[in-house]
Design a protein around this ligand. Structure first.
Ligand SMILES: *Cc1c(COP(=O)(O)O)cnc(C)c1O
Length: 347
């Protein structure tokens, strides 16, 4: 089976396993007089993350979902309005922030183009007329196929947010992919936002964890929200150690994923029924659109699985292929062959 469902499928490297074995640990659920957790390895990871993103502080969390929840709850209380993308992971997959019985926040959506780039006029209009407590961005944008929001757009949105004194938050689960694809440093891409989250457990290859990064006051708040949500971990330096390892050589790592993604896209033989928007293949994700074939994506998912290729359905008629470290060139050729045969059969 060639499994291209997600980059969360990465296996930890030998170096990560070794770092985990050797990690010096402490009780991260307790804070020392400086207000930071008592696990030295977690603290080292948090310091590494805040330096990389150019923020004052960072907080290690068990998942990206948890990190996003903590961020939103650090800015908002029940009934507050959150401005975000209709197709954002937070709204479509995580849901809890907007469930009445859970966090009870109110979603407001900005317009965006086909690549998930937010429309500036739409944001400006909304924040002029409504009481928005936080603006959320997603970079790269998962549901649009791993597309990047470029630096100048981030800066323009930041100016709008500053004018209204509204915090700007970025779900940067794959911000490292954006940094590599856009050829901007991580710091540059994080500068326009007040806070962000990123995942260690996707293309970076670690097994567990995400970080929230932002101002010290915000991270202190986030630390107390993490505890409230049951997100405090104890000797979590065990897993943080793999995260530190993952952040060492991410640029080379992810450039390789992007190169392999383009290699796969180029091997596919498409037609008028099965298409790819190559402009969307910017990072490690390929979205294949079967809408003209009339076959539904849950059927396609099953058909391909039976042929030895696991993919993820994104909506009614699109599937997603995601590249990551453990996929080699032979598997890329095989995946392309399986897909090409299938496309030929259904056409
Ligand atoms: C994967 C992902 C998350 C959530 O991360 P988990 O660690 O799986 O909870 C959040 N946002 C985006 C855009 C993602 O792709």
């Amino acid at each position: 089976m060639i499994d291209l469902r997600s980059d969360t499928l990465t296996q930890p490297t030998e170096a990560m396993r070794e770092a985990m074995y050797k990690a010096e640990v402490g009780d991260d659920g307790r804070t020392n007089p400086n207000g930071v957790g008592e696990d030295p390895t977690v603290y080292a990871l948090e310091t590494f993350a805040s330096n990389l993103t150019g923020k004052e502080a960072a907080l290690f969390c068990n998942s990206g979902t948890m990190a996003n929840y903590i961020s939103l709850l650090s800015y908002c209380k029940r009934g507050d309005k959150v401005l975000l993308s209709r197709k954002s992971h937070i709204f479509r997959s995580e849901k809890a922030p907007f469930m009445k019985g859970l966090f009870g926040l109110i979603p407001v959506f900005y317009e965006e183009n086909n690549y998930g780039i937010p429309d500036l006029n739409s944001i400006e209009q909304i924040i002029d007329s409504e009481d928005i407590k936080v603006i959320c961005l997603e970079n790269t944008h998962n549901y649009y196929g791993g597309t990047c929001i470029p630096l100048d757009t981030l800066q323009e949105i930041s100016l709008l947010a500053i004018k209204k004194a509204i915090p700007l938050f970025m779900d940067g689960a794959r911000i490292f992919n954006a940094s590599v694809a856009l050829n901007n440093s991580l710091k540059e891409l994080c500068m326009p936002v007040d806070s962000l989250t990123f995942c260690l457990s996707k293309g970076l290859g670690a097994s567990v964890g995400s970080l929230v990064c932002g101002k010290s006051t915000f991270i202190n708040k986030a630390r107390s929200v993490r505890k409230l949500l049951g997100g405090n971990m104890r000797q979590s330096g065990i897993i943080a150690a793999a995260g530190i390892e993952a952040l060492q050589n991410y640029r080379v790592r992810l450039m390789e994923d992007h190169r392999k993604t383009r290699m796969l896209a180029e091997k596919l033989r498409l037609n008028s029924l099965v298409t790819i928007d190559l402009n969307k293949v910017q990072t490690n994700i390929i979205t294949v659109d079967f809408s003209q074939s009339g076959i539904k994506s849950n059927q396609i998912e099953k058909d391909l699985f039976r042929r030895g290729l696991a993919v993820k359905r994104m909506d009614e008629s699109c599937i997603r292929l995601t590249m990551y470290a453990d996929i080699n060139k032979r598997q890329i050729s095989e995946a392309a062959e399986i897909l090409n045969k299938y496309i030929f059969e259904i056409s």
